[in-house]
Design a protein around this ligand. Sequence first.
Ligand code: WT7
Length: 632
Amino acid sequence: MQITSFKQYEEDFKKSVDNPEQFWGEVAQNFQWRKPWFKVLSWNFNEPNIKWFEGAKLNITENCLDRHLEKNGDKPAIIWEPNNPEEESVTYTYKMLHERVCRFANVLKRNGAKKGDRICIYMPMVPELAIAVLACARIGAVHSVIFGGFSAKSIADRINDSQCKLVITADGAYRGNKQIPLKDVIDDALIGCPTVEKCIVLTHVRTPVSMLKGRDVWWEDEVKHVNDICEAEEMDAEDMLFILYTSGSTGKPKGVVHTCGGYMVYAGYTFSNVFNYQPGEVYFCTADIGWITGHSYIVYGPLSQGATSVLFEGIPTYPSPSRFWDIVEKHKVNTLYTAPTAIRSLMSFGDEPLNGKDLSSIRVLGSVGEPINEEAWHWFDEKIGHGKAPIVDTWWQTETGGIMISPIATVTPTKPSYATLPLPGIQPILVDENGKEIEGNGVSGNLCIKFPWPGMLRTTYGDHERCKQTYFSTYENLYFTGDGCLRDEDGYYRITGRVDDVLNVSGHRIGTAEVENAINMHAGVVESAVVGYPHDVKGQGIYAFVINPEMHGEEELTKKDILQTVTRVIGAIAKPDKILFVAGLPKTRSGKIMRRILRKIAEGDTANLGDTSTLLDPAVVDQIIEASKALK
Ligand code: WT7
């Protein structure tokens, strides 16, 4: 299933369009099924109703673990690199990982979990996080991993939305020189979560925690009560594998649902091809398992291919901005897959952190999460890849399950700041405002996908109508990505960013409406409007216009109060970079905020605001511009 030449890419692509069922049916043969499918694909984008590998039975953990045991049982599956470089790294072979997963799967059963139950996971980047994820999959429970940066309220909302029965967490997490009290956050969340019966707590940072009798149990105690034999649950290809919450243009995050068969095939196929993974190589994806990148390209993709996946607990700049390079040297990393925001941040420290670091093991580089600017692309290429490692700029989304548009390392060309060409099986099209296809090259429009692929979302948890409205109703018979896109003269795709009210801050997806809701919860705030603005390191920064609340004469303190409120309501990742107090917001006569104007002001581009004649009170604009000049 690995593509080895450009000619083969073209042939596979053609075949995948002419005969998708045959194409994906053949790809799927590279996986282990308990029972084959009777139909590769049935679909319509109207309901939407999408089924891949109908009738097939499998368990994804048999593909990620059991099938490697005989030949590769002693091969490293996960190399864990702790936050503190003074601590030893830990290697789990496939045999060990299999044993741990089975044992923890039995712990889940012992605590009442069954097939179909939803389990919330809120953990640091430790091997036990991967073990927890795989243990859920082993017994057919549906995991919902929540990134460690979300607040108690965000966790509670997500737990309640999918009615989780169990929570798996740890006492705390390290992030650079900070400690995050995960269990405390969970305790606050669980006050409002009636469906949660049990909470399993891993000891990690050894901070004191409260353990509620009858609800909370220690991971370390539980594993002693069970053995390590756990037959994998037989799953239907279309049974739910996991839920992952993601932000959209409304205030409430959606639970994106992925199913077992199609997701497995897509994550495995794209991992093997995009990174051109070769047996024995060490692959390092710096994402967090709390996001889709970690699901697909730290856990399921690499493990399904018997790869060695590095799992890093820390951050790129701790204890110094040499950390990634130290890890590359130490573990002889062959593939480094990271985010533009990390590249830009490390770039800002100059060449010094690279001095004396041996990066010669690097063969392939990858970028994900946001558009990569040319400067960062070239730095990555020259300083890290020494001009010899292809950079795969991978465009995809939580909803797509896996990489969609990207170079294939060593096989298809790269081009700075371009995601380049669609992978086989992916049929992108550009449309105009009215949904009319824009044909030919040298054009831009809204990016849609016109044919299903195995890794696509099937629904949004508990609200199928929302899935339909969000992705399948903007344009008839198309999946709408929410991204704007350019197709150049050569037919290469370049993603230009979101066209909806979704921000991309350091590769994290945040809805402006969510941040506004959070700000508006602060006592005294009347109304607010949030927009993005270009930020050197984060890609986008968050700019909040807030109608003057009661400040008791203390503007700076009030700003801090608002930041605190956002941290409480969503989490630190959604904190505005700039808050501007204003007397009013630019609104149309029908009461709609004109964000276009606010965006311009946030960008500092006030010379040409366009037509403001439809505004209810054009004078507010001048007031806002005046106030914005005083803001650093
Ligand atoms: C949004 C999806 C894909 C996993 C991480 C983010 C943006 C993602 C790229 C890229 C330009 C990109 C898009 C997309 N995006 N990758 N290579 N070039 N933009 O997943 O949180 O679901 O966000 O991230 O805007 O829609 P996500």
